[in-house]
Design a binder for this molecule. Structure first.
Ligand code: FUB
Length: 317
């Protein structure tokens, strides 16, 4: 694997800019990528894995933001949102997702609820993709008492937000069971019932994007997880399984993807544990170019140390 030399590391620390292959960030552990393209720049949101080497569980207190004009040089924007942004949350800045609507940026996040046992989904809002973000509701958007499909306490995790071309916004989430609901145009309230789909071997990390008239649902299946996808002609499914995008990781059971188009190419972000000292609770976010075949299917993506070629976005500074 290619890594920073000492001088590059020193430069990165001094300037807040990293010119990285994979993993994108090499001085801390990062996980659960979410991404947004805005005004020709790609913004990457990651959870911060802070577990000690011998740690037996996640230690995640904050999300961090990085941005790039070319998919190789990343600027560090610090941490504009933490679990403590949500006063009703007690811990666990787990996976989130982000979107822009009417000039505002919405960050949907997994946290642990202080008073309703189990994981919950919050939504934070900002005027800028780099924050600061504030709690948009003052309460959970989804809490464990609102969903009855399984008895586990961690089934309301991993929100994926998708705004369709007709303006309807959708939220997908879940562990074991895929759940989804419409969002009101204010992006801070559910619009109608929470629905679910039976997806064979679904684990977590649902993520919906659209290409042409086809809706793609990517997600993690099995455990250890592999990254797979299904397609539909509707954001509400039903979903037809299509194939594997990326094989499971060697040193960590999770993989958590985000898929974007940026400057004429497509990319998939994911995490692995390839940094020295990495492991189950010390992960690292990486990115690869993603290719569609002529029939719309997604070509299998091998993980690489080299990452994607530079793709400078015109006018991005
Ligand atoms: O980072 C904590 C959890 O691990 C996420 O919510 C899942 O997607 C998995 O990556």
């Amino acid at each position: 694997m290619i890594r920073f030399g000492l001088s590059a590391l020193a430069l990165g620390f001094a300037t807040g800019v990293a010119s990285a292959p994979n993993p994108i960030v090499s001085h801390i552990f990062t996980a659960d990528p979410a991404a947004l393209v805005d005004k020709g720049r790609v913004y990457l949101y990651v959870g911060h894995d802070e577990a000690q080497p011998e740690g037996k569980d996640y230690v995640m207190k904050e999300w961090r933001v990085y941005s790039s004009c070319d998919m190789r040089t990343w600027k560090d924007h610090g941490s504009p949102v933490q679990y403590s942004t949500f006063k009703w949350a007690g811990r666990d800045a787990w996976a989130g997702d982000v979107t822009k609507r009417n000039g505002k940026y919405y960050f949907y996040s997994t946290v642990d609820h202080k008073t309703i046992p189990g994981k919950a989904i919050g939504v934070a809002m900002s005027d800028s993709p780099t924050g600061p973000f504030v709690d948009a509701r003052g309460s959970a958007l989804v809490s464990n008492d609102m969903t009855k499909q399984t008895d586990i306490l961690w089934d309301d995790i991993d929100p994926g937000v998708f705004v369709d071309t007709d303006g309807q916004a959708w939220l997908y989430w879940g562990n074991t069971v895929l759940k989804y609901a419409r969002l009101k145009s204010n992006m801070t309230e559910l619009d109608g019932p929470i629905m679910s789909h039976a997806i064979d071997s679904f684990t977590e990390a649902p993520y919906v994007h659209k290409r042409g008239a086809t809706y793609y649902l990517s997600y993690s299946r099995y455990f250890p997880e592999e990254m797979v996808y299904a397609t539909s002609t509707s954001p509400a499914g039903p979903w037809t399984f299509k194939g594997v995008i990326m094989d499971k990781n060697e040193k960590v059971k999770t993989i958590h993807q985000a898929i974007i188009d940026f400057n004429g190419k497509s990319y998939v972000f994911y995490h692995n544990a390839t940094l020295p000292g990495g492991g189950e609770f010390r992960r690292s976010v990486a990115v690869e170019e993603l290719h569609y075949e002529a029939d719309g299917s997604i070509r299998f993506v091998p993980q690489t140390a080299a990452g994607p070629a530079a793709n400078p976005s015109p006018g991005c500074q």
